[in-house]
Design a protein around this ligand. Sequence first.
Ligand code: ZN
Length: 122
Amino acid sequence: MITVDCKDILPLKSPLAVYTSDQVGAVPALKIREFVLDSVSDEEVDAARVIKAIKDFLDSLSIAKHFAVIQNRNLISIVAIDDYKVEPQPAQPTDQFFSCIHCGYVTQFEAVYNNHMKIHYL
Ligand SMILES: [Zn+2]
């Protein structure tokens, strides 16, 4: 089980949890300032893959340079290294995209969207 501390990146906690859990094949549980990734199999969640997924996510938003991703055993912290403030992602619903009304997560795939919505009703 891996805990990801999101206190410096709170507006992105939900979409980051969804993206990361998808990438590493784990189940996310959202907490107030962090999320926890639990393995769906007997294998432990691979921290290196979680870090890679977090960096890919930050890269995709072009904000990777503002954050350090620091691992301490089973705790991974995303730490702001400058004064950059994360703005909530604006939801931009279009015909071919499904946009989450809770956190602005956007996907092209209805199945992914339906799966995503479950994290808000845990
Ligand atoms: Zn959402």
